[in-house]
Design a protein around this ligand. Structure first.
Ligand SMILES: [Zn+2]
Length: 87
């Protein structure tokens, strides 16, 4: 089975191939990413890493904040990778 990594971040003017991207929640520039989830689709496992700054990550200790983050990530992943959710 193949494993494919995807990096998810907010829109910014930064080069897409760079280490630094915009935090998914507050758009602050950060090189930090969090492993969010893996989705199996056909014969490939897709791993999703979310760019999230240390300040937002700290807030995730509160479960409600984590749910907010997790819902946002799910929404963005579904929007950007619709092919993984068809069929
Ligand atoms: Zn942030």
């Amino acid at each position: 089975m193949d494993v494919k990594q995807h990096y998810v971040y907010n829109y910014s003017d930064l080069p897409k191939e760079g280490w630094i991207q915009a935090c998914i929640q507050c758009r602050e520039y950060t090189s930090k990413e969090i492993f969010f989830k893996a989705i199996k689709h056909k014969y490939t496992v897709h791993e999703f890493y979310i760019h999230c700054c240390p300040r937002c990550k700290k807030r995730h200790k509160t479960i409600f904040n984590y749910i907010e983050f997790s819902d946002l990530c799910d929404e963005i992943i579904k929007k950007r990778y619709p092919e993984l959710f068809s069929g």
